[in-house]
Write a protein that binds this ligand. Structure first.
Ligand code: FAD
Length: 627
């Protein structure tokens, strides 16, 4: 009934949407099979994109030609750049999106791609020829032929929802679980395990008293995620802040006897950095209050997301505790919070291309690989879609390195170290985070994406324009002088030493207290000149001046590390015969078969001593100059 496809993508969450879109843009004939076409690109939890390290990932997806950044820009209701008091490497964009528009926008973008077909159904297993995939079969009994399959089933595999003592089968509230797939993949030799996550209640915004909360507005000059010509927000919606208190904590504690977590009904491990409210009041028992962000779910809905109050206690306990919070005295609940347990496949079973080691042509991406978060899922989807397409074309897989992108860090961590708790990205996971900034994702990745065919000519042209502008501006800042009369009033207000004689503008910009933005407003001639440049070029010039020497040092470190990192290991050594290796290292190396020495060094259980032994054996096999 259906034709043969190059790539079948199972699941239309964040990973599935990026996977289908990437493969289709490259020219593959794609089928997107999903259980419910009304929930394409559904934000299961908070309708927010970005945040610390996650914002960098969205910028990277965009620089690679992906769509998550554009969809976010077109549907956001508030934008904030986080961590601006810290160095540029820590700046992280975050947006609150309109949940319904986000999903609709993604669907429209997918429907606009002629290479994508859609099929609403539940995939229950793979079709195989030997150890290679040849398609999928569905609960309607349809068999669909495909050269490659990308599974992005999120939290749906054998999902169980917990609210107090109630347990319901489901992949998300009001959606069915996916049953059958785990069992088949297990029979093919893959191992699966359980994880859990949770979500807070949603409340009726009309029942809240905002005068009793703190207002949190968006940035005065909102930024955006995409390097394309999407428009920044002209208008924004505010979020609100309130706090829990002792009375609320007492009510929550009363519910502990019905808690699925504390009574041992939930076995899977949850996200350490996104704990439930019951977890927080237990782990931080000395804190008498916790901050709660009250966030609108869209432009035209009164539904509010209660960020920080994730819970799986009985719904009446959740409501009674919520009603103790300032502004929530008369709160009405639309949906209770809940926890969900689901199957995931430990990602060490994957190649760095995200292809399964056990089944040729099968790719896994997103939460199914043990991650948490839309951004983490979306970037894996993009890479899996890209590599599935390349496999169909008999081209080599593309693997981003740890010094290319957070995406490289994430996939490298997953496939080499694995994870036994939901993996979310942090800046601390990236050893070269100074280079992996949100402002330069286009420089790092768009040339690569353009070569691969993922990013179009317009994207490359936009990057080249930005680079030319930055160069031009740096030249002006290098040549132009500023007099004490021009600079001193501003320097006094900025708490920076005044000038006795004229100096070059670039010298002033290197001072930590001085910013180009402030100088632009304070000194007429700087203001006049900067008007000619886009804000992204101005930011780039400033970063290069302020952090130039650190960036050069970091680049030199990357070069040194790369020498070791890129020494090829695969098929060069017989680990079983190297007796000096620890038993654990030998076993892991045999199982993972790392491509390079760098990858071997990140396998859990392979120690620096084991790496030194491998180096000696590599030198014997092929000295550095030849490898
Ligand atoms: P999903 O977005 O889950 O999408 C999976 C898709 O696959 C769905 O469209 C589904 O219909 C489809 N599907 C599944 N099985 C099949 C099948 N057999 N056949 C056809 N289609 C199938 N992330 C955070 O960053 N912070 C949070 O606080 C947070 N809380 C969460 C709370 C809850 C309750 C849930 C469910 C998720 C939460 N997440 C949170 C995680 C975030 O939602 C996911 O990381 C992200 O959505 C994963 O994207 P994905 O594409 O991998 O899967």
């Amino acid at each position: 009934m259906l034709p043969e496809y190059d790539v079948v993508v199972v699941g239309a969450g964040h990973a599935g949407c990026e996977a289908a879109s990437a493969a289709a843009r490259l020219g593959s004939k794609v089928l997107l099979v999903t259980m419910n076409m009304n929930t394409i690109a559904q934000m299961s939890c908070n309708p927010a994109m970005g945040g610390v390290a996650k914002g960098q990932i969205v910028r990277e997806i965009d620089a690679m030609g992906g769509l998550s950044g554009i969809v976010t820009d077109e549907t956001m209701i508030q934008f904030r750049m986080l961590n601006t008091s810290k160095g540029a490497a820590m700046w992280s964009p975050r947006a609150q999106s309109d949940r319904m528009r986000f999903a609709e926008n993604w669907r429209m973008k997918l429907e606009a791609q002629p290479n994508i077909d859609f099929w609403q159904d539940n995939v229950v297993g793979l079709l195989l020829t030997g150890e290679a995939v040849r398609g999928v079969k569905t609960s309607l009994g349809v068999e669909i032929s495909a050269k490659t399959v990308v599974i992005t089933a999120g939290t749906f595999l054998n999902g169980i929802i917990h609210i107090g003592e109630k347990q319901l089968g489901g992949g998300r509230a009001a959606e069915k679980a996916s049953v059958g797939m785990t069992e088949q993949l297990r029979s093919l030799g893959l191992t699966a395990d359980r994880m859990k996550t949770g979500t807070p209640p949603r409340v009726d915004g009309r029942s809240l008293d905002y005068s009793r909360m703190e207002e949190q507005q968006g940035d005065a000059a909102p930024g955006k995620f995409s390097y394309t010509a999407t428009k920044p927000l002209a208008e924004q919606r505010s979020c609100w802040i309130t706090y829990t208190n002792e009375t609320a904590h007492d009510i929550l504690r009363e519910g502990f006897e019905k808690s699925p977590m504390f009574q041992g009904r939930i076995q899977g491990r949850g996200p350490r950095y996104c704990p439930s409210i019951e977890d927080k009041i237990t782990r931080f028992a000395d804190k008498d209050r916790h901050q709660i962000f009250v966030e609108p779910e869209g432009w035209n809905t009164c539904e509010m997301y209660v960020n920080g109050f994730s819970s799986s206690l009985p719904e009446e306990v959740q409501l009674r505790a919520l009603q103790q919070l300032a502004g929530f005295e008369n709160a009405r609940m639309f949906r209770p919070g809940y926890a969900i347990e689901y199957d995931y496949f430990p990602p060490t079973q994957l190649h760095p291309s995200l292809e399964s080691r056990a089944v040729k042509g099968l790719y896994l991406a997103g939460q199914i690989n043990g991650t948490t978060g839309y951004e983490e899922a979306a970037c894996q989807g993009l890479m899996a879609g890209l590599n599935a397409h390349r496999a169909v074309q008999h081209q080599e897989a593309v693997v981003l390195q740890r010094n290319d992108a957070y995406i490289g860090v994430l996939i490298d961590d997953l496939v080499h170290k694995g994870t036994d708790e939901p993996y979310r990205m942090f800046t601390s996971r990236a050893e070269h985070r100074l280079l992996l900034r949100q402002d330069n994702a286009d420089e790092r990745l768009t040339p690569i994406a353009h070569r691969l065919g993922l990013a179009d000519d317009a994207r490359l042209a936009a990057l080249e324009h930005k680079q030319a502008e930055t160069k031009h501006l740096l030249k002006w800042l290098h040549q132009e002088s500023i007099t004490p009369a021009e600079a001193n009033p501003y320097l006094v207000s900025a708490g920076s030493a005044t000038l006795n004689q004229s100096c070059k503008v670039e010298v002033l910009i290197r001072r930590p207290q001085v910013t180009l933005h402030a100088l632009q407003n304070a000194v007429e001639k700087v203001g006049e000149e900067l008007q000619k440049f886009a804000s992204e070029s101005i930011a780039q010039a400033e970063i290069q001046l302020k952090y130039g020497s650190y960036l050069e040092k970091e680049a030199a470190t990357v070069e040194r590390v790369e020498l070791m990192e890129n020494r090829r290991l695969k098929d060069r050594l017989d680990y079983g015969a190297i007796k000096a290796l620890s038993h654990e290292a030998r076993e892991k190396l045999l199982r993972v078969q790392p491509e390079t020495l760098g990858q071997a060094s990140r396998i859990m259980g392979v120690s620096p001593a084991d790496i030194a032994i491998l180096l000696i054996h590599l030198e014997r096999a092929a000295p550095l100059a030849q490898s």
